[in-house]
Design a protein around this ligand. Structure first.
Ligand SMILES: [Zn+2]
Ligand SMILES: [Zn+2]
Length: 268
């Protein structure tokens, strides 16, 4: 049994593909998937997937890279999070990757709007007691600092959550674990050049990790470069299994148990 903790099945790549994907998931024994929202404009579609299929769940949030879209208020997130099968807030976080190429030469100082948006998500998550799905790229120091400033230090009132598609150092992983967060690994773990990340995956405790596809992106080897989908998540499990002398099944079961422990709304 396997769980894809992060996928984007509402993206246009998947229009008309759902029956085949669901069949492939069943064949690969991928029993459930969390469909992640990246814009308020897409929320109805994401939540609709969860409403339609018993083994899909949904999040509500606005991705840090998205601009020229509706800016969410705490209330926008809180209201939508009450809809059936919405079990998480995100994806949210900070992305300072390739500022020149991707952000038109703006500086980290210019990204205050991203940090504000991240705080809005954290406050909503804490209000509704649902975990955060965190996207952080080239921005881990600010991500951790803002979580701490907003009170997300693992206490009784914490929303908690997961650092998804983890690509940071062991030090950042340790800091995230210390704040009570889970770490999720994607197909990047199978890429030839990802030895540093494999070292991180060898160290993160098995009871604190999740696996994901982040599909349609980041298909694992042997599908690298193709359109990813949730049925490929066992390849991530297999890679972790190899690192830790376990079977893919054992990694699938452990990460599924972690998923159910974190996203309490799934099991209830
Ligand atoms: Zn992301
Ligand atoms: Zn994503």
């Amino acid at each position: 049994m396997f769980t894809d903790s992060h996928c984007h099945l509402s993206f246009p790549e998947f229009a008309d593909q759902l029956p085949q994907i669901r069949e492939a998931m069943a064949e690969a024994r991928v029993d459930r998937a969390l469909c992640i929202c990246t814009r308020l404009e897409e929320f109805d579609e994401v939540q609709g997937l969860a409403a339609r299929f018993d083994n899909f769940w949904a999040s509500v949030g606005v991705h840090p890279d998205n601009e020229d879209i509706a800016e969410p208020s705490i209330d926008d997130l809180v209201t939508r999070s009450a809809r059936p099968k919405v079990v998480a807030i995100g994806e949210t976080g900070l992305d300072y990757y390739q500022m020149d190429e991707r952000k038109g030469g703006r500086t980290v100082a210019d990204m205050e709007w991203q940090r504000d948006r991240f705080r809005v998500h954290i406050r909503a998550a804490r209000q509704v007691r649902k975990p955060l799905v965190i996207h952080t790229r080239s921005a881990s120091a600010d991500t951790l600092a803002i979580l701490r400033e907003e009170g997300e230090t693992g206490g009784a009132d914490a929303a908690g959550g997961v650092f998804h598609c983890f690509t940071e150092t062991a030090e950042v992983a340790r800091a995230a674990l210390d704040l009570g967060f889970y770490i999720s690994f994607s197909g990047i773990l199978t890429f030839k050049k990802a030895q540093d990340l494999r070292d991180v995956a060898s160290f993160v405790p098995l009871d604190r990790m999740l696996i994901e596809t982040d599909s349609p992106y980041l298909a694992p080897v042997p599908y690298r470069g193709k359109t990813n989908n949730p049925s490929y998540v066992p390849y991530v499990a297999r890679q972790i299994a190899e690192l830790r002398q376990l079977t893919a099944e054992e990694v699938g079961e452990a990460t599924t148990a972690n998923f159910l422990a974190l996203f309490k709304g799934v099991a209830s």
